[in-house]
Design a protein around this ligand. Structure first.
Ligand code: GLN
Length: 258
């Protein structure tokens, strides 16, 4: 019997860029693959390590504070950033949250005005906003023509503006999203998704986890793979409970000092 191939997940800067439960995304991806009999290797890649684009079926890049982002930007832009882009161009899946999302854009300007270069996978720029956006968020997406919602938690002072023609991940129903102005949230490029949704995001938005896994498996095997459905009653209940709470709170986004 041929075993399904092992999926290879690269976790970028797990020691520097992982806040507000971001690591839960890795746990959700690994579990949802294993429940289908697919084993997963997770490799942490941090400052000074090499990223081999051929060994990354799915890349995860979490959020972080400005201080860590300054360290990571220096290390990431160049070889690792290019390897990340190469993997995505070759069909790999990618999920980036908040600070990681910002560093995959063209530039991220910190709250105190330092302009950090990004890898440029997404044609986006992030600049400091007048206030910090903190709160639960609800986003509507229609990635494959089907309307769905994503629930998450955002905490950022950076405001992201999409370049012409960049596809947002979705429309903000509650929360600030990319910039608190245009109601866009996140960005999509090929199999790469960036957004401001911490939380953890994937355990309570399991369809997005499966979408990423399907992209990664297609890259790994060279063929479309239909993932068997899982019993997601608990996950769906969790999603619904958060969605109801966020809707009931009525779009209240707290702002606070940096
Ligand atoms: N430091 C960035 C900002 O405040 C990213 C924060 C985060 O990843 N939560 O916008």
């Amino acid at each position: 019997m041929t075993l399904p191939p092992r999926l290879r997940i690269v976790h970028l800067y797990p020691d520097l860029m992982s806040v507000y439960g971001d690591r839960g995304n890795i746990l959700a991806l690994v579990r949802r693959a294993q429940w289908r009999g697919i084993e997963v290797d997770v490799t942490g890649v941090t400052v000074g390590d090499r990223l081999d684009p051929d060994e990354a079926d799915l890349i995860f890049f979490g959020g972080g504070q400005d201080r860590e982002q300054a360290v990571v930007s220096k290390d990431f832009v160049g070889e690792k950033g290019e390897a990340t882009i190469e993997a995505v161009e070759d069909g790999a899946a990618l999920l980036a949250i908040c600070g990681g999302y910002q560093l995959l854009g063209r530039t991220y300007t910190t709250f105190d005005g330092q302009e950090l270069p990004g890898a440029g996978l997404f044609d986006i720029r992030s600049v400091p906003g007048p206030r910090r956006h903190i709160g639960n968020a609800l986003v509507e997406t229609d990635l494959d023509g089907e309307s769905r919602t994503l629930v998450g938690f955002e905490n950022h002072s950076g405001c992201t503006y999409l370049g012409d023609g960049v596809r947002p991940l979705g429309k903000v129903l509650v929360g600030a999203g990319n910039n608190g102005e245009d109601r866009t949230e996140g960005a999509v490029y090929r199999g790469a998704y960036g957004c401001y949704l911490h939380g953890s995001l994937l355990p309570k938005n399991p369809w997005l986890a499966d979408r990423l896994l399907a992209i990664a498996l297609r890259r790994r095997t060279g063929a479309s793979v239909a993932l068997p459905a899982l019993d997601d009653r608990l996950e769906d209940d969790a999603h619904r409970a958060v969605e109801q709470r966020v809707r009931a709170a009525g779009g209240r986004v707290q702002s606070g000092a940096w």
